[in-house]
Design a protein around this ligand. Structure first.
Ligand SMILES: NC(=O)c1ccc[n+]([C@@H]2O[C@H](COP(=O)([O-])OP(=O)(O)OC[C@H]3O[C@@H](n4cnc5c(N)ncnc54)[C@H](O)[C@@H]3O)[C@@H](O)[C@H]2O)c1
Ligand SMILES: [Zn+2]
Length: 345
């Protein structure tokens, strides 16, 4: 399959290119950082689409920006960029799109109250955080809530400009599928980590910050009580999910596949092995031979306490299996040394 990978020079995109080559496909890269070609440039996109069977759209402006003044830049790169790409795909009759989605479209995680069932807690009160009471509370009765797994059917609730642009990309792609009969799979990635992860950017998140501290010989500083639950998924597993989804869309139109004959399907992409931020700091510190992480009790207003995905749909419908275990992946991230681990079903 000839696949145009937009953003193919980036962290995740470069792993996708390697994975596609390894599976005998023929990836082409369009990336601003590689050669200045921009997904917002219709001529560059039209040229790049010649002879292409599918597009894997990873190019995006990532992160949170400094302030609201950055909003036009995010909307331009992510949503105008996607619209230009889709218009050119319609013109060139390229029928398959793999979209890099994100868990940020869900906003908060899923929580359950023993008495009130599934509830949507608002932001945590500063008085609670100051008192070291970090678990979100039931909006009805104030009881502690149990965190659960977010499924693809959860309501979307983007909480910032970046999240809004990631959701708009899905809506644009879905409109394109309806208008052209094309197929779209959006892979909503959880916290992606691994080799090539950018350093010390807010989006690369806490794993990169911990690793940088350890490299300086300093203890990683863990906020709250370290009990924040996340799903850390390895970038090679994410790349494999992209390849599997592209291959699933390859069946000719009219042939029923797991993804259905046409249209839009979203899949969460997580390891299925939720860990806490404290676990991650300990795994990285262990791999570096210390120093031991410090739990500081600091907090940032607006931080999400827990968010973990249910990736069962991707496993059952497309047969994808993450293979990089948490400890091995974190050891590789900490030391920069590839680790060997059993690959299995
Ligand atoms: N890293 C994560 O944990 C994570 C989580 C959820 C979703 N995502 C999504 O995955 C995708 C890849 O993210 P990443 O972490 O590899 O980021 P990255 O910044 O490493 O890669 C993005 C690439 O896109 C390119 N790009 C940006 N704007 C472009 C444009 N207008 N035209 C052409 N190329 C452009 C950049 O040059 C860069 O190489 C993004 O769509 C992002 O929203 C990432
Ligand atoms: Zn309740």
């Amino acid at each position: 399959m000839r696949v145009l990978v937009t953003g193919g020079a980036g962290f995740i995109g470069s792993h996708i290119v390697a994975e596609l080559i390894g599976r005998g496909h023929d990836p082409l890269v369009l990336d601003l950082a590689k050669d200045g070609r921009d997904v917002r440039d219709p001529h560059a996109v039209a040229e790049a689409l010649a002879g292409v069977d599918a597009v894997c759209h990873q190019a995006a402006k990532v992160g949170l920006g400094k302030d609201f003044g950055d909003a036009p830049g995010y909307v331009s790169a992510n949503d105008l960029g996607t619209a230009v790409l889709l218009a050119e795909m319609a013109r060139a009759r390229v029928p398959r799109l793999l979209l890099a989605g994100s868990m940020v479209v869900y906003g908060e995680g899923r929580y359950e109250c023993l008495d009130h069932g599934i509830v949507r807690p608002g932001p945590r009160a500063e008085s609670d955080l100051r008192a070291g009471r970090f678990e979100p509370r039931c909006p009805v009765c104030g009881a502690d809530l149990a965190p659960g797994l977010v499924t693809e059917d959860a309501p979307t609730d983007p909480r910032n400009v970046y999240a809004t642009t990631k959701l708009a990309q899905e809506h644009l792609a879905s409109s394109w599928a309806r208008a052209t009969g094309g197929r779209v799979i959006s892979l909503r990635y959880h916290n992606v980590y691994g080799p090539g992860m950018p350093r010390d950017t807010p989006y690369a998140g806490v794993a990169a910050l911990f690793r940088s501290s350890l490299a300086r010989g300093e203890a990683p500083r863990v906020f709250e009580d370290g009990g924040q639950r996340r799903d850390f998924v390895h970038v090679r597993d994410v790349a494999a999910a992209n390849a599997v989804a592209l291959e699933a869309m390859e069946a000719p139109a009219g042939v029923t596949t797991a993804t259905g004959p046409a249209g839009f399907t979203a899949y969460n992409v997580g390891s299925g092995d939720p860990r806490t931020v404290g676990d991650m700091a300990e795994a990285l510190a262990a791999a570096c031979g210390g120093p031991t992480p410090v739990v500081t009790g600091e907090y940032r207003l607006g931080d999400v306490r827990h968010i973990t995905a249910d990736s069962a749909r991707l496993r059952y419908e497309l047969g994808w299996r993450p293979v990089v275990p948490f400890a091995a992946g974190m050891a590789e991230l900490a030391t920069g040394q590839a680790v060997s681990f059993a690959t299995g079903p």
